[in-house]
Design a protein around this ligand. Structure first.
Ligand code: ATP
Length: 380
């Protein structure tokens, strides 16, 4: 039985909204809402009050370090786990809460996990049709066939998984996930097992398929590049909390804290002390509001924002080493007045040889400054 909010805020049962897992004639993208969702495992607080509203058809990428709760959020959405507190709603109907638990097969949520294991003893068609148990056998085969066609593998429908490459197996897993035309698709690091070239291809292809099927999607990744590429929005998690949610541009240009900044850029970091709402960085003074005088803070400059100019301009520096990285080069520079060398990422054609005297400039607007929360001290 399913439940939805009433105008009085109480839950009312909604029978028969979702049937068991079959294939809808068309995908109807669903709204997905997390309302203060928490999940603990004994003393481990895997999720601590997550609230997020995902619009129908939107792709949200969950990004964060290992153990921050990404997979737990996916498993709760799919109904494989129950929240300890809070509610999960699909199209404004509660599907998961302390008292309510709609079973996975009635949620219309598709899953594609990292280890997209296919059954070795089933053909690709049978693998793809595996979850379509609400359909008559022939109908399930037709739906599975068209899903395989969509990922370009219909010609192998009667073959077994072992003949496929890793990328092709991944395509079958995608076909299996989209075959029931779920309103919501959960993808847990779907590309992590693929080599770089295949990964780029699969990302593009998956994006095209997601747009076509218009399913609402939550995709877990460790890669900030993948999150920015795939997501309409990126949800940054840490220690069971949502730290920041926004577009790739918002997170890149205005990171909420030093950890968020580190996820998106390679930084030079300088410990500084706040004084009267300002900090004195190696490249000039910057404002830092809301931090008491005498507090520790950290000033950051992205490696790509360090400009190398002719000696005599900017701050005096000397190139200590140069690493060739293809289109760019990474320069290690000793800068007068700084204890530690800084790193600058420049176009390869602008690279300088070790020993070369240079000037170093950084625009004030390119300096990010963050207060250091007391529990982070010693870590920044
Ligand atoms: P990764 O990126 O490494 O997959 P994650 O962000 O997906 O990590 P989760 O798998 O959601 O993290 O785990 C969050 C925390 O909850 C971790 O500390 C993990 O050990 C713990 N955890 C998850 N599932 C269980 C479980 N079934 N029993 C006990 N602890 C669990």
């Amino acid at each position: 039985m399913l439940f939805g909010p009433t105008s009085k805020g109480r839950e009312r049962p909604l029978a028969g909204r979702w049937g068991s897992r079959g294939s809808a004639a068309v995908t109807i993208a669903a709204r997905l809402t997390f309302d203060n969702v928490a999940r603990s495992f004994g003393s481990v607080h895997a999720l601590r009050g997550v609230s997020l509203d995902i619009s129908p058809g939107e792709i949200v990428c969950l990004l964060g370090p290992s153990g921050c709760g990404k997979t737990t959020l996916l498993r709760l959405t799919a109904g494989l786990e129950r929240p300890t507190a809070g509610r999960i709603l699909i199209n404004d109907l509660v599907v998961g809460g302390r008292e309510i638990h709609v079973p996975p097969e009635q949620r219309g949520v598709g899953l594609m996990f990292q280890d997209f294991a296919l059954f070795p003893h089933l053909t690709l068609l049978e693998n793809t049709a595996f979850g379509l148990n609400a359909l008559a056998r022939e109908d399930a085969r037709k739906v599975a066939h068209s899903a395989l066609e969509r990922v370009g593998l219909a010609k192998y429908a009667d073959e077994y998984p072992h003949i496929l490459s890793g990328g092709e197996q991944q395509r079958v897993a995608l076909a299996r996930a989209i075959a029931p035309r779920p309103g919501i698709l959960m993808m847990d690091e779907p590309f992590s097992g693929l080599d770089t070239r295949l990964r780029d291809e699969m990302r593009e292809e998956t994006l095209t398929i997601l747009r076509e099927t218009s399913a609402t999607c939550m995709l877990v990744t460790h890669s900030s590049e993948e999150a920015m590429l795939m997501g309409n929005r990126v949800a940054l998690m840490r220690e069971g909390l949502l730290v920041q949610v926004g577009t790739a541009e918002e997170l890149y240009h205005a990171p909420a804290d030093i950890h968020a900044a580190r996820m998106f850029s390679d930084l030079n970091e300088f410990p500084v002390i706040a004084k009267a709402g300002k900090v004195d960085t190696p490249f000039g003074k910057r404002a830092l509001k809301g931090v008491a005088s005498g507090s520790e803070a950290v000033a950051c400059v992205r490696q790509r924002d360090v400009r190398i100019v002719p000696a005599g301009r900017g701050q005096a520096g000397r190139i200590l080493s140069t690493r060739f990285l293809g289109e760019t080069a990474l320069l290690e520079i000793g800068v007068q007045g700084l204890d530690e060398p800084i790193l600058a990422r420049v176009r390869e054609s602008h690279a300088k040889q070790p020993g070369c005297e240079v000037g170093v400039q950084v625009d004030l607007k390119d300096i990010l400054v963050f207060g250091v929360p007391s529990r982070d001290k010693g870590d920044a």
